[in-house]
Design a protein around this ligand. Structure first.
Ligand code: 13P
Length: 265
């Protein structure tokens, strides 16, 4: 049991139309989402952020929205990119930054991650900074070094007095994403502890104790409670299973009651 409220975040990646977004939220029941026990977030494609907000308001769901990436420049000649203001204007509160797919396919680097985390916090958008090792790095015994280095970069421009609620970190081992291979829960908790210790060294114990560190990688209704019940895992960043309203609901229900402020749904 932890005192940090869980965050149950869905990353839809490049999936979803405006019609399917509306259908997803319309099929959720607000009574299934215990707000004493967790916060809830869905990150749809940017084109569906407004649609998601409208459906969430219509259904009175306690679910926030976030973007899947962002640019750190305020505005200008950056074709295809979204600024923090553009994202905030949709009603979104969070931005995923440095997802391994962005690092792998779109040249996201530790340096751009650090600039984006800084820009998000300055704009009042909560960054979800993603870190995680590849299978080769894990096999070479480098998992801790990789996540520590990525965390150090991600936080390198975050001021010391930052309120921990303004920041989220997600541990997503690359080999567990979309593969059905979940990281062993004890190991995922241990690595989240390594990340928390890194936060403590950089930003102090108060931030480290308050910041939410999520696990991501093949989270499903069947393994969410075990993962999120561990002390250093404060919820999840969920890909495939967040696309199905029933699975997302089942994960929310399975994890209600894991924090001290629990309620049962
Ligand atoms: P899956 O849950 O589909 O493995 O994806 C995890 C992820 O990348 C979330 O950001």
């Amino acid at each position: 049991m932890t005192t940090r409220k869980h965050l149950i975040a869905g990353n839809w990646k490049m999936n979803g139309t405006q019609a399917s977004t509306t259908e997803f939220f319309n099929s959720l029941n607000p009574a299934d989402f215990c707000t004493q026990s967790a916060d809830y977030l869905i990150c749809p494609p940017a084109t569906c952020l407004h649609t998601a907000q409208d459906a969430i308001s219509g259904q009175k769901l306690p679910i926030a929205t976030g973007s899947q990436t962002m640019d750190y420049h305020e505005s200008g000649a950056y074709t295809g990119e979204l600024s923090t203001d553009m994202i905030l204007e949709t009603g979104a509160t969070h931005a995923i930054i440095g997802h391994s797919e962005r690092r792998q396919y779109y040249n996201e680097t530790d340096d751009t991650v650090s600039q984006k985390v800084e820009a998000a916090i300055n704009a009042g958008l909560i960054p979800i900074a993603c870190v995680g090792e590849t299978l080769d790095e894990r096999d070479a015994g480098q998992a801790d070094t990789i996540v520590t280095t990525q965390t150090q970069h991600a936080l390198s421009r975050v001021p010391k007095g930052t309120c921990p609620s303004k920041l989220v970190i997600a541990y997503e081992p690359v080999w567990a994403i979309g593969t059905g291979k979940t990281c062993d829960s004890a190991e995922a908790n241990r690595v989240c502890g390594v990340i928390r210790a890194t936060v403590a060294r950089l930003l102090g114990d108060d931030v480290a104790n308050g910041v939410r560190i999520l696990y991501g990688g093949s989270v499903k209704p069947g393994n969410a409670a075990e993962l999120f019940g561990l002390p250093d895992i404060d919820g999840g960043l969920i890909g495939g299973a967040s696309l199905k309203a029933t699975d997302y609901t089942d994960i929310a229900k399975a994890t209600a009651g894991l924090t001290q402020t629990a309620c049962s749904v």
